[in-house]
Design a protein around this ligand. Structure first.
Ligand SMILES: [Zn+2]
Ligand SMILES: [Zn+2]
Length: 920
């Protein structure tokens, strides 16, 4: 029996064993069989040396996407290659780079990756290729891991290819560009690997960084080409063009082969708890058990979980589960925060097969080479279709069948997909959004650009229309100076720009054993330190529990000792919001007394205590008070200011108003991703029955979780009616009696989900959305709660202070003058349903016809499309206007006699046409 055959038997028998086990409770709700794909090759002329070297590496033919990409690069185009992991993306930039060096030994290329682990990986590939090719190319990495002497050697040596990360481009290549003159003058290619990673904050920063990079390269007379490699996203062309600021061509037809995959949807079973409530088992327990079974069955398996501490807890519990078979040394945990050498060792052992199982955060989602795996388990839906596909793509090795299990969490989105698995497979990956014009981000980069080469009017071609105004404001603040050419007055503005939106204020974790101490982790952000490493907290690292003794704020050290306690801790956080400035207000369509506001806020989070929770039972053992310094965040928020009438109305029904607005806040945040393509962790909320900045009226705030905001609050403000409508649907359609994690409870709540009142929330939403009054069936005891509101002004430095004023001014102007991006493109949000009102999906389009066409294409991508005799009947609801449209859609096929080149398939020339008919 060959390897392939035995593999299939393993997956087949594992699923069989699970289904026939006495403990099986019908958790499998769907199995999608994804068929294998044959490789597609295409001819391409390569330089003889390159061809020989490839052949020695065992590569005789190129996949079609590789050939297509290299051809486009040769034509001088900027390109983005959008295919799965392990489809041979590196070859598409390595071949052109080596050919360039063979032609001109002076030619240089820059490879940029968001992760150092990937830099090291690619360095190895480049060096291996060079060893057989012997082109004479100098290849080196340039990261923080090098010492000064090593760095100088790279700068001053004959290096052709440099592999690095965005931070190094910012702080070293651009800040000290005169030291890189030789390299910049000969720059031919800029490779942006994992380019889909650059979205949100890091995306908006990267876009500006690449513009600065191009500006400096062109200053030295170079004209580099961009080669971007991306995962599958919804808008590769649009995203790449925004990122690099130039036109780009997309290659996305994957020619590599792929084994078949079984994609299992697994919904944890329901059970009755001690109090008689029906609950769903946690995805954590189910995923742990599936993982250990899979490892036992001999499958190399990877589990993705959503939090760093979740990885640690699962590792510990799985090690126990595998102890009987002595398999526990064959599994391991993996996440960011570990030292590089630890991570490299895990990657190596994964590749060699020494490790049979790894429990990881999404840190392993990016293309680090760990080889193909047999099985992949997702502990909870990762938040986006794009991530889910990336994670699933880790399973599958050279033509073998692989297994993917998505274990659902209790929240609304996970449960939605368990009920509608077809929707998951029909859905296209999300659009990656970034905003290079974000004034918070642009201003800092312009100051850096001015430091690099004095700014001139013509630089508008790099930085866009808003450029002159930003220069004017920076000048007014004294940050730029000079007639004609503008110089930066700050000698090193780089420290005011944080590319990943992460503060540089980080802590190290030290473990003490008697007098001795050992460093365990470094670069733990301040916010994370306060939440997870406060005195009394249990912090886990590589499966070991540590008890946190104290934090030394001066030395930025966290002191810990090893412990064998079997509990974990959860912080209790008090959040408050102060409005700094209101930028826009409007009324709700159906409730003019409800004011919707948009503006700048300061959010203050303070850890006020923590709970000890028993690991086995998840029961709270005790609650402890704590005094920790506050952490503040300047950002954008939208809010609802509610009239006193609503509070009185809820009170009359003996419902809890504070619980109602808290519930609306939670549900709004969890339904955000359906409208705005954000992860629910990108936004936060605060609700309060009386707020000083709202004239002591009650308010619900939803804020952007990133400093300065990246546009989520503005988009939410524009779409407020849709967001509230979706929120009401989610709460109302949940079958639970008084609120559960699928509707109003939040795993992230700092107040331990108290108070919450589902019926008050429904009543409130009915009222403000202009629906028929809601009459609750059950009366509850009234209990009010208060949310403290306080906040101290943050300390600011000079340039930072002035930069903030410029950013604020620009934000004000942008909001007042420019319609939002959605309005600019005249895109509206539509909901598509079938004849029976069943949900098909949410799409944005300029008109209902376009929305119908888009839905049609999404639903039938790669499938048999409906014909005239059996058309697709759909209803499209314009969420903004509240109007419905009915359509009938089908495909008409005709033979194509005139046009020889279009739609050629298997030798038959056919013409497909989508027909859309409006029906009343
Ligand atoms: Zn519920
Ligand atoms: Zn909460």
């Amino acid at each position: 029996m060959n390897k392939k055959r035995s593999q299939e038997m393993n997956i087949f028998s594992l699923l069989n064993e699970i289904k026939t086990s006495s403990r099986y409770e019908n958790q499998i709700v769907h199995i999608e069989e994804i068929p294998a794909r044959e490789a597609l090759y295409a001819p391409l002329k390569l330089k003889k040396q390159v061809k020989v070297a490839l052949s020695r590496a065992g590569i005789e033919d190129l996949y079609s996407h590789q050939a297509e990409t290299i051809e486009k690069i040769r034509e001088g185009k900027d390109i983005v290659l959008c295919t799965t992991t392990a489809s041979g993306k590196s070859l598409t930039y390595m071949a052109p780079i080596f050919e360039a060096v063979l032609e001109n030994p002076e030619a240089t290329a820059l490879y940029i990756s968001p992760l150092n682990a990937l830099v090291n990986d690619q360095l190895k590939s480049f060096l291996e290729f060079e060893e057989v090719l012997k082109s004479g190319a100098g290849i080196a990495r340039y990261t923080g891991a090098l010492n000064e002497a090593q760095k100088r050697k790279v700068r001053e040596g004959q290096t052709n290819v440099i592999l690095t990360n965005p931070e190094m481009i910012h702080m070293s290549f651009l800040a000290w560009h005169h030291l890189w003159k030789r390299f910049f003058s000969n720059l031919k290619f800029i490779v942006v690997d994992e380019s889909h990673y650059y979205r949100g904050v890091i995306g908006s920063n990267m876009a500006n960084l690449l513009r600065r990079l191009l500006r400096v390269a062109e200053y030295y007379g170079a004209a580099p080409q961009f080669i971007c490699c991306s995962a599958t996203i919804g808008n590769p062309e649009d995203h790449t063009e925004t990122l690099i600021g130039r036109k780009a061509e997309v290659v996305e037809n994957n020619g590599s082969s792929q084994g078949s995959q079984r994609f299992v949807f697994w919904n944890p079973p329901l059970y009755l708890n001690k109090k008689g409530c029906t609950l769903r088992r946690s995805s954590f327990a189910e995923a742990s058990s599936l993982f250990t079974r899979s490892v036992r069955a001999g499958l190399q398996t990877l589990v993705f979980t959503r939090s760093r501490q979740g990885v640690e807890r699962m590792y510990k519990s799985c090690r126990e589960l595998l102890r009987d078979r002595n398999l526990f040394p064959a599994i391991c945990s993996y996440r960011s925060g570990y030292f590089d050498r630890e991570r490299e060792e895990i990657e190596r052992k994964m590749n060699s097969g020494e490790l049979r199982g790894v429990i990881s955060t999404n840190a392993l989602e990016l293309g680090i080479d760990i080889g193909g795996l047999d099985a992949c388990i997702l502990d909870g839906y990762p938040g986006t279709v794009m991530s889910a596909r990336q994670q699933a793509g880790r399973a599958g090795r050279s033509g073998n069948e692989s297994l993917v299990v998505l274990v659902a969490g209790t929240n609304a989105l996970d449960q939605y997909y368990m009920r509608n698995p077809a929707d998951f497979f029909a859905r296209s990956s999300e659009n990656a959004v970034l905003n290079p014009k974000n004034p918070y981000i642009l201003t800092g980069h312009l100051l850096c650009a001015a430091k690099e080469i004095p700014l001139r009017t013509s630089d508008e071609k790099y930085f866009g229309k808003g450029y002159p105004r930003v220069v004017e404001l920076l000048e007014a603040e004294g940050l730029l100076t000079g007639d004609g050419l503008k110089y930066s007055t700050d000698s090193f503005p780089y420290k005011h720009v944080s590319l990943r939106g992460i503060d540089n204020n980080t802590y190290s974790l030290l473990a003490f054993e008697g007098e001795k101490s050992f460093p365990i982790e470094k670069d733990i952000e301040e916010t994370l330190t306060f939440r997870e490493c406060h005195p009394g907290a249990i912090y886990m690292h590589r499966g070991e529990s540590y008890y946190i003794n104290r934090i030394d704020h001066e030395k930025k050290e966290i002191h810990a000792v090893k412990t064998h306690d079997t509990y974990y801790t959860k912080p209790m956080i008090d959040s408050s919001v102060r409005v700094q400035e209101t930028y826009a207000v409007k009324s709700l369509l159906h409730a003019p007394e409800v004011e919707v506001g948009l503006g700048e806020v300061e959010v203050t989070d303070r850890v006020i205590g923590y709970r000890k929770i028993q690991t086995q039972s998840n029961d709270t053992m005790s609650i402890h008070d704590l005094e920790m310094p506050p952490v503040t965040l300047q950002t954008m928020a939208l809010w609802l200011k509610l009239p006193n009438r609503l509070q009185e109305m809820i009170g009359e029904h003996k419902l809890d108003f504070a619980g109602g607005i808290h519930a609306v806040e939670h549900a709004m945040i969890s339904m955000y991703p359906l409208h705005l393509l954000v992860d629910r962790s990108d936004v936060g909320g605060v609700s309060t029955p009386s707020h000083p900045d709202l004239g002591d009226k009650s308010g619900i705030f939803i804020y952007d979780g990133h400093r300065g905001g990246v546009g989520y609050a503005e988009k939410g403000y524009d779409l407020i009616e849709q967001v509230l409508d979706g929120t009401l649907k989610a709460i109302e359609s949940c079958p639970c009696e008084s609120g559960c994690p699928s509707c109003i409870q939040s795993p992230k709540c700092g107040n331990n989900n108290e108070p919450l009142d589902k019926h008050a929330a429904i009543m409130l939403l009915h009222e403000i959305l202009g629906k028929a009054p809601y009459v609750p069936t059950e009366k509850k005891e009234k209990h009010l709660s208060e949310v403290r509101a306080s906040g101290a002004a943050p300390e600011k430095r000079d340039t930072g202070d002035a930069l903030d004023r410029v950013r604020r001014q620009l934000r004000r102007e942008t909001i007042k003058q420019e319609p939002s991006a959605a309005q600019e493109k005249k895109e509206k949000t539509f909901i598509a349903t079938d004849e029976n009102g069943g949900m098909i999906g949410v799409v944005s389009a300029p008109a209902p016809e376009k929305a119908a066409a888009k839905t049609f294409h999404q639903k039938f991508r790669g499938k048999k499309e409906p014909i005239k005799e059996k058309p697709l009947e759909i209803r499209i609801r314009d969420l903004g206007a509240g109007s419905d449209y009915n359509f009938r859609l089908w495909i008409e096929i005709s033979e194509n006699k005139e046009n020889e080149s279009d739609n050629e398939k298997d030798g038959n020339k056919v013409l497909k046409r989508l027909i859309i008919r409006k029906v009343n």
